[in-house]
Structures are given as C-alpha cells and as structure tokens.
Design a protein around this ligand. Structure first.
Ligand code: CA
Length: 249
C-alpha cells in the first residue's frame, strides 16, 4: 500500500515542513502563475484576493495553535486595504514576517516607499517566475536563519554580542552600552547588511510610545560608533546608507 511508504506527519521533524506562503494578489492570472510557480517548489501556498482577507488570514495564523506564514508575496494595488497599508500595519503590530512586494509601479519613490514601510524586497511587474522563486527562496532562507533558536552569541568581525547577558565585547574588551544602544546593536547584528530606515529603528528599538524625532536615532548611532569603531568618522560597522538609513556591516 502506498500510504505505508509515506512518513507519518506526526513524527516528521519540524524543519521538514514546507514553507507556508501567503500570496495576496487580486489579478487572477498573476495570482495563478505565482501560486503555480511556488507550489512547484514544494511550498504550501494560501491566497487572498484583497487586503482585508489577507489581514484576517494573518490574524488567524498568529494564534499559538496554528503555524504562521513564513513569507508574504504582496501586490501593492489591492481592493479594500492596499499593499502598502497592509505592510505598514503588520510592521506596526511588530510582525516581522518577510514581505516581497509585487508592483506595477516602477518609479523609485514607490520602491523606496515599499522598503520604508518595512517590506523586505520588491519586484516590479512584469517579472519572471524564475526571478520570483529566487527572491522567495532568498527571503525564506534569511527567515529560517533568523528564527532559528536565538543565538547565544552574535559575532561580526571584532564585535561579539551576548544577547542573554547584555554584554558586548570589541576586540576582546568589554564595552559599556546604554540599554537603547544595546538593543540597537542587537537589532543590527541580528540582520547583517539589512538597511533600516530611522523610522523602522524607532519602531523596533524605542517602540510606539516614542516621543521625539528621528535625530534621536542619529545621536544613538553616533554614540555607538564612538564605542565600536576604530575611526568613528569612517565607520566599518554601522554604515550610513544615503537616502535610506543605516545598515550593519
Ligand atoms: Ca493589483
């Protein structure tokens, strides 16, 4: 009997469950092509044809008994809640699920806006399914890396951060950081090379009750650089990305 050869799903290790992707796209043809391409990769795909349905699905998926999604492929122009608002809302709620935006808009401002509201990557229509799959795969890899059990040590070049102990060593010497500086550095080191806007850093490090402006971020970055960098005027660790914000490494 064929079923005897299929491993019992209850005994299957957690890692082997296929990635669970939510595709939010109102154009039927594109939606079907995307679903087909992703299913061919062995991914599990759920679809929504408007922003509100997507939100409902995501909220259901957040219950502890239900596995959440690993990635959202999100069209920008959607009925009801549009893609940018959906993205902004998820990030506002602290949801860190990777988001790949699909858009017919080609202008640079839209691209920047997509990343500003917390999307992880961006594809402009028309795109090839091969490219879509490659981008999805990259985001899923990054996700499985970042959600693996919290590392006991974050290391980058000469900087070592011990998340549980709230300690940081630079060149084997312990440095003293304020709680905000520590959280900023921990966030940076958890996502090497990811570009963060000042607003995103405020959301993640200061939280929603933050009173002040984005200059606060710059001030903390300057203090961190003074403690980390050999030459704070030529930073090697916390790099300014002109027009976007900052990245680590
Ligand atoms: Ca659309």
């Amino acid at each position: 009997m064929l079923s005897l050869d299929i491993p019992n799903s209850a005994t299957k290790p957690e890692l082997s469950t296929p990635p669970h992707i939510l595709v939010v796209e109102d154009e039927e043809l594109i939606r079907e092509m995307v679903v087909l391409a992703l299913k061919e990769q062995g991914y599990e795909v759920v679809t929504a044809i408007d922003g509100r349905t997507a939100l409902n699905l995501l909220q259901e998926a957040e219950s502890p008994s239900h596995s959440s999604f690993d990635l959202i492929v999100l069209d920008l122009m959607l009925p009801q809640v549009n893609g940018l608002d959906l993205c902004r809302l998820l990030r506002y709620q602290g949801n860190t699920i990777p988001i790949l935006i699909l858009s017919a808009k080609v202008s640079e401002t839209d691209r920047v806006l997509g990343l500003e509201v917390g999307a992880d990557d961006y594809l402009t229509k028309p795109f090839s399914m091969r490219e879509l799959v490659a981008r999805c795969r990259a985001l899923l890899r990054r996700q499985s890396f970042s959600t693996a059990t919290k590392p006991s040590v974050l290391q980058f070049k000469d900087v070592t951060l011990f998340p549980e102990e709230c300690r940081v060593m630079v060149n084997q010497k312990e440095i003293s950081l304020s709680p905000k500086e520590f959280r900023l550095l921990e966030l940076f080191m958890s996502y090497p090379r990811r570009v963060w806007s000042r607003e995103q850093l405020i959301d993640r490090v200061w939280g929603l009750d933050f009173l002040g402006d984005t200059k606060t971020v710059d001030v903390h970055i300057r203090w961190l650089r003074e403690k980390l960098e050999e030459d704070p005027s030529k930073p090697q660790y916390i790099v300014t990305v002109r027009g976007f914000g900052y990245r680590f490494g």
